[in-house]
Design a protein around this ligand. Structure first.
Ligand code: HXC
Length: 278
């Protein structure tokens, strides 16, 4: 594998099998790469087969072990079938990350019931489906579940009612599962990133490029976006033995954004919905 600037000891996840949904791109792809760099076998699950297979090939090209399996997290049976193939390939699952998400910028008054439900289905029901379908395939006593939430889970935000509702649901799902499955040795946590540069999510949320970002960064005490590597490092820590007593927690990784509130982010999104001036 390529040398990485790394604060962790090498081979932290050696011999472990990590199954990651939505890992064809963005944050989840970087988590997949990072985990492979640390010796895990990676099953990449996504609804776009080409993206999954390409991401897996990228990892293999850098000396890691990975395979892509196409399934939409909204469809339980397809997801379960993909997980079974993954287990046949790499053995029982040690780590399961529910990363698949969907987003668009829309005021609630301009959103259909189906639009709202679509995001709830992908994010919240998709997270439940992922963890539920993975459960019988986990190597119990030591298996780690991790959901990718977002600052929207605790920051009510204009033009994001659907995402706020879905991500808040994810946080409570994770906390509830930690109680039910903790006694079986399964830890269940979430991370709540703020804006992360170079992701499809932020391409959607900051469509005006530099202008949107400038507004957005005013609402982040650290004055900059997160990096995919920083999110991957947190995921790595939470899925390592160093986090063995952390269960049912949602860890914010947002440069302090939740402490300043959502006003700059939300007003930037509302502005992006206005028709462009001629
Ligand atoms: C209003 C919209 C809309 C928009 C879609 N809909 N886009 N409504 N404004 N901009 C409505 C449609 O009209 C439809 O309702 C319903 O949503 C379903 O739309 P489809 O296109 O049929 O759904 P689908 O093909 O399944 O696509 C799902 C999607 C899409 C979420 C709507 O945007 C998508 O595929 N996104 C790709 C994944 C993605 O978004 N990744 C970024 C995640 S980042 P009707 O009533 O017309 O049938 C993220 C992190 C955020 O979540 C945190 C950052 C800080």
């Amino acid at each position: 594998m390529n040398a990485v600037k790394d604060v962790f000891r090498p081979g932290l996840l050696q011999g472990r099998h990590a199954l990651i949904t939505g890992a064809g791109s963005g944050i989840n792809k970087r988590i997949a790469e990072r985990f492979a760099e640390h010796g895990a076998s990676i099953s990449i699950i996504g609804r776009n087969p080409e993206k999954c297979f390409t991401a897996a090939l990228d990892i293999e090209g850098r000396g890691g072990q990975a395979a892509g399996f196409a399934a939409d997290v909204r469809h339980y049976d397809a997801l379960e079938a993909a997980f079974k193939h993954a287990r046949e390939r790499f053995g029982p699952v040690d780590i399961c990350i529910a990363g698949a998400a969907g987003n668009f910028v829309a005021e609630a008054a301009a959103m259909s019931s189906n639009g709202f439900r679509t995001v709830i289905d992908i994010d919240l029901v998709g997270c439940f489906n992922t963890f539920r379908a993975a459960l019988p395939m986990l190597r119990e006593e030591g298996a780690d579940l991790l959901a990718i939430s977002a600052v929207q889970s605790s920051l009510p935000m204009s033009a994001q009612a659907h995402v706020c509702a879905a991500k808040a649901g994810i946080d409570m799902l994770v906390r509830s599962l930690s109680i039910e499955w903790g006694p079986r040795g399964i830890r269940c946590n979430a991370i709540a990133p703020g804006p992360v540069a170079g992701t499809e999510g932020m391409d959607r949320l900051a469509p005006d490029g530099e202008r949107s970002w400038k507004r957005l960064l005013e609402g982040i005490p650290m004055g900059r976006a997160g990096e995919r590597d920083e999110i991957a490092d947190l995921a790595l820590f939470l899925c390592s033995g160093a986090a063995r007593y952390i269960n049912g927690t949602v860890v914010a990784i947002d440069g302090g954004q939740v402490n300043l509130g959502s006003l700059p982010f939300g007003s930037m999104l509302m502005e992006s919905l206005k028709p462009a001036k001629a």
